[in-house]
Design a protein around this ligand. Structure first.
Ligand code: ATP
Ligand code: MG
Length: 357
């Protein structure tokens, strides 16, 4: 993916270019964290409660689409507890031994962060059950009839798991988390505050109306907001006098092909395929992914949550269906007998706006 000629600036997925900036823009404490008021309040209680009792908090699962602040929140949790954060990811824990090594190095109170925890391999997952519940693991040494299992103590720790697909987690794993935080898309005023904060950190001068404009095109996602800010800053530096005004923001976003709703090429391709090739659906995600030449996981985890949220795509038991808003977004007239999940949709119905629920 790295040598792709042009990376859309509104992909919510992490791209290499984000690395340094991400680190400097990450909120450092719960108070610094903008948005997600419910999650913040809940976490505050979980963390303060544990601190008052002098123990480790329950294991915490952070779920939600890419770029909404799960990794940032994991770092904040360790920061608020005043403990160290050990970082790994589901795909890195291929064998149980990988996890055993990680667990045996933990110090009491540590936060073990497992990103993309839904991708953890089965043997490691089973080892994790015991570690989460009883703070011990059984390490199997040797093979065949001579194999023995050696019990190993693990220091009490808090597991923080992050996932973009909590539905893909097995029941037993999900049940072992004492608290699940669902991160939701941010509304435009929150994104505007995030942009203003980021501009301050990066030393970018930006007008309020420009921040509002960028916020509205950030697909409810802070990572995208921050990335668009950088692209707009480039434009302001190269083609204007360095100040990000509304005109500069609009011109820059036009260059990067980000429309008023923040839809990028892939989103438009998905909508286009759904409407033009499949007559509006229903169609399965994998078929849709093949039609746009993408991985099904990308379509399902990156494009779809936002298109659903924007009221353009509906998930039905028979597959994905385009709503009237999707037809209109593509400049087409929805069919008069359009139904979504068996429910007729009148084509003169006003298109839902992005954040009206
Ligand atoms: N609430 C917030 N306030 C300010 N900035 C934020 C907030 N949430 C996220 N960000 C910014 O967005 C960037 C991406 O956040 P983060 O890496 O935590 O997302 P993520 O949910 O872990 O994404 P992924 O699923 O791809 O791992 C961060 O670098 C940070 O700058
Ligand atoms: Mg992350």
């Amino acid at each position: 993916m790295t040598d792709e000629p042009e990376e859309s600036p509104v992909t919510a997925e992490f791209v290499a270019d984000d690395a340094d900036i991400d680190a400097s823009l990450r909120p450092k404490s719960l108070d610094d964290f903008i948005g997600q008021p419910r999650v913040r309040e809940q976490l505050q209680l979980v963390l303060t409660g544990a601190k008052m009792r002098g123990g480790t908090p329950d294991h915490i699962l952070l779920s939600g689409p890419p770029g909404l602040g799960k990794t940032s929140m994991a770092m904040i949790i360790a920061g608020e507890l005043g403990t160290a954060l050990r970082l790994t990811s589901g795909p890195a824990l291929e064998r149980a031994g990988d996890l055993a090594a990680m667990l045996s190095n933990l110090v009491e109170g540590d936060v073990l962060f497992i990103d993309e925890i839904h991708r953890i391999a089965r043997p490691a997952e089973e080892m994790l059950y015991l570690a989460m519940e009883d703070f011990r693991v059984d390490v199997v040494v040797g093979k065949g009839p001579g194999a023995t299992s050696i019990p190993l103590e693990v220091a009490p720790f808090t597991l923080v798991g992050a996932t973009t697909r909590s539905g893909a987690l097995t029941g037993p794993l999900r049940d072992r988390f004492g608290f699940t935080a669902h991160m939701d898309f941010y509304d435009p005023p929150e994104l505007e505050r995030i942009l203003t904060r980021s501009a301050g950190i990066l030393g970018v001068r930006i007008t309020t109306d420009a921040a509002v404009e960028i916020a509205g095109r950030s697909r409810g996602t802070p990572r995208i907001a921050n990335r668009l800010l950088r692209r707009v800053r480039d434009y302001a530096d190269v083609r204007a006098d360095g100040i990000v005004t509304l005109e500069v923001a609009q011109a820059a976003l036009a260059v990067y092909d980000v429309d008023e709703l923040g839809l990028d090429r892939l989103d438009r391709a998905v909508l286009g395929a759904l409407v033009r090739s499949f007559g509006g659906g229903p169609v399965g995600v994998s078929t849709l992914a093949v039609a746009v030449g993408e991985e099904p996981a990308t379509v399902e985890e990156v494009c779809e949550p936002f298109l659903v949220r924007a009221g353009m795509v509906a998930r039905t038991p028979r597959g994905r269906v385009a709503t009237a808003a999707a037809w209109k977004q593509l400049g087409l007239v929805p069919p008069s007998d359009l139904t979504v999940g068996g429910i007729p949709v009148r084509s003169n119905e006003p298109a839902r706006t992005l954040f009206d629920d």
